[in-house]
Design a protein around this ligand. Sequence first.
Ligand SMILES: Nc1ncnc2c1ncn2[C@@H]1O[C@H](COP(=O)(O)OP(=O)(O)OP(=O)(O)O)[C@@H](O)[C@H]1O
Ligand SMILES: [Mg+2]
Length: 328
Amino acid sequence: MSEKILDIKNLKVIFPASSNVIRAVEGIDLTVDKGQCVAIVGESGCGKSVTSMAIMRLLETPPALIQTDALTFDGKELTALSQKEMQNIRGRDISLIFQDALTALNPVMTIGHQLDEVYIRHEKLKKKQAKCKSVESLRLVGVPDPERRYHDYPHQLSGGLRQRVLIAMAFALNPKLMIADEPTTALDVTIQAQVLDLLKIMQKAHKTSLILITHDLSVVSYMADVVYIMYAGKIVEKSPLKPLLRAPLHPYTEGLLASVPGLSGTNGRFIQIPDAVPDPANKPEGCYFHPRCRYCTEQCKTQKPRLTEAGHGRLVRCWYPLGRKEEV
Ligand SMILES: Nc1ncnc2c1ncn2[C@@H]1O[C@H](COP(=O)(O)OP(=O)(O)OP(=O)(O)O)[C@@H](O)[C@H]1O
Ligand SMILES: [Mg+2]
């Protein structure tokens, strides 16, 4: 049996604004097994980053209000830890990679110095040993001429190289779990593929579990074992990768797939999801996706669907999941 590294039950994140409460995350269950790559996919504003920040306990409370039945990482209940204990876990056991490497790196420190700091702080290495490790890790992530680049400041590197440095930093301590939030969105397409390749190689080599957050299903098709599709703060579909690509169950997943040329699952039909995600402070009645759904019925407008088992490890939150649609 596979071992769980992360187990989240019923995670809710609320921002009680003065006018209208924002329910950013509405009761999410999410499991990551050891060595697994789990993707969270959805359009902008659906709650992906808030979920990852809540896992890392990086959200300011207040304003955020976090509730959860379980947030278990490697057998430890994260919500029960002090901020100090949590700080030890961040960086060492759980690493984060953000979209924007330029803001994640310190602009007034050389990249070598920043890498050294990680080894000195967490592994208690001497400066000289840390430097050897830093140069070696830059080499490992494909930074050319690492002895020279070690002395560069972040602004002296291209976006792709900066992201490689961030990946080196994130893997420096061999974390058990890595959360990569849109790690390649800021890069152009060819560089994206190289950085994803690197992330995949590093993940496999270190046997790290990875949560990959993205709005782009083509990135997922390359990396993920299991995919969670998120819409307006809720999981609307969960599935192992292949069946999701072959036969999406939720109309939203179908739309996301159709927006990526060359991915299967829509039988070549072109489907565009109209309009945009709902205002988080003013979500629609019934199924949150119903105003954009081309299969919407009267029931969908008034009744909220539950996340239900759909066989083969799949879950879907829809009154009329695809595949059964033709019978309706
Ligand atoms: N501090 C905050 N106060 C109020 N609302 C917030 C706060 N942080 C996030 N939100 C809201 O929570 C919702 C989810 O935001 P989140 O950043 O998780 O989206 P996302 O799925 O990561 O989007 P993107 O793809 O654009 O990164 C959004 O509607 C956002 O406006
Ligand atoms: Mg985000």
